[in-house]
Design a protein. Structure first.
Length: 306
């Protein structure tokens, strides 16, 4: 005969607390398992991808350099010379960097006879380097150049085409060289062999506005002034500083005139060192091996193996 003794009220309360505690633990474990299962399911159905950039369709720096050999002529002087600055920035992306200047002339003299100096410079380059390069860029030393964008513009033309580019002045019908000129090999050949020295085709005066006289000479020997504007009609050779230009700027801008030292460093940093998240790095640029020497004409070939 079994005798059941009624449990005390205290024991009953402990059992209820124990069961509640066990229930809470089981509920927490079940919730954790459900969260893990849901997370695994989401990861299995999601494939991450990196954002694309517009410029990935353009030729890379190394590919573009291999397409066209460009000699860069920089007109400079001993007054606030920027040779080292150009060496360290955009000039290192030229196949050859050549400094042309007159250390003895004043600011007024350099501008009053710029047409004479321009003929001397182009004749020297033609005699020394004509067959070695496809295109010849001529810029003042206060101009910053994006060489990859220049290569992109020239990709649709051959060096045998008699053409040159610069800042198009459609109202005057001339191409301004304030932000630089770039001549095809054939354009340079025609200027020296057909126009230079012929008073009927090209002015032999020691004075004159450079871009006006040069445009006339080239036009008289069949050299075309190419349209350097982008697909939206925006200029790519800008005769204004990069951060003070009014209106819209071309996404494929080539050069910026009147750039100061801070502009050079800022442009080089923003274009070649700042990488938005998800965009691959730009290939390393070539470094110069030789520093320029003092004198009227100095040059460095940057197409050197490391």
């Amino acid at each position: 005969m079994k005798i059941f003794r009624p449990q005390s009220k205290a024991n009953s309360n402990w059992e209820m607390l124990l069961m509640l505690f066990i229930g809470l633990i089981c509920g927490a474990c079940l919730s954790k398992l459900l969260q893990r299962a849901r997370k695994s399911s989401e990861q299995a159905s999601y494939t991450p991808h990196a954002p694309t950039a517009d410029y990935t369709s353009l030729p890379s720096a190394s590919t573009a350099i291999a397409k066209s050999r460009i000699l860069c002529m920089v007109v400079t002087s001993s007054v606030e010379s920027r040779q080292l600055l150009i060496h360290r920035t955009w000039g290192s992306r030229c196949h050859m960097l050549l400094f042309l200047g007159d250390s003895n002339s004043t600011f007024r003299e350099r501008h009053s006879n710029s047409w004479t100096k321009s003929r001397i410079h182009l004749q020297y380059v033609y005699q020394q380097f004509y067959e070695q390069f496809d295109w010849f860029l001529k810029v003042p030393d206060d101009t910053y150049v994006v060489m990859e964008n220049l290569q992109h513009l020239l990709a649709d033309y051959t060096p045998e085409t008699p053409i040159y580019f610069g800042s198009n002045d459609r109202q005057q019908g001339f191409v301004s060289g304030a932000a630089g000129y770039v001549f095809s090999r054939e354009a340079l050949h025609r200027f020296i062999s057909l126009a230079h020295g012929d008073g009927n085709r090209c002015s032999n005066r020691s004075y004159g506005i450079e871009h006006v006289e040069l445009s006339r000479c080239l036009r008289n020997v069949g050299v075309v002034a190419g349209d350097s504007r982008d697909e939206d009609g925006l200029p790519r050779f800008l005769p204004t500083p990069p951060f003070k230009s009014s209106g819209l700027l071309s996404n494929s801008a080539i050069s910026f005139h009147y750039s100061n030292v801070a502009d050079f460093h800022m442009l080089d940093f923003v274009i070649y060192r700042v990488h938005p998240f998800g965009i691959g790095p730009i290939p390393n640029q070539r470094q110069l091996l030789v520093m320029p020497q003092k004198g009227f004409i100095t040059g460095t070939n940057t197409n050197q193996p490391h």
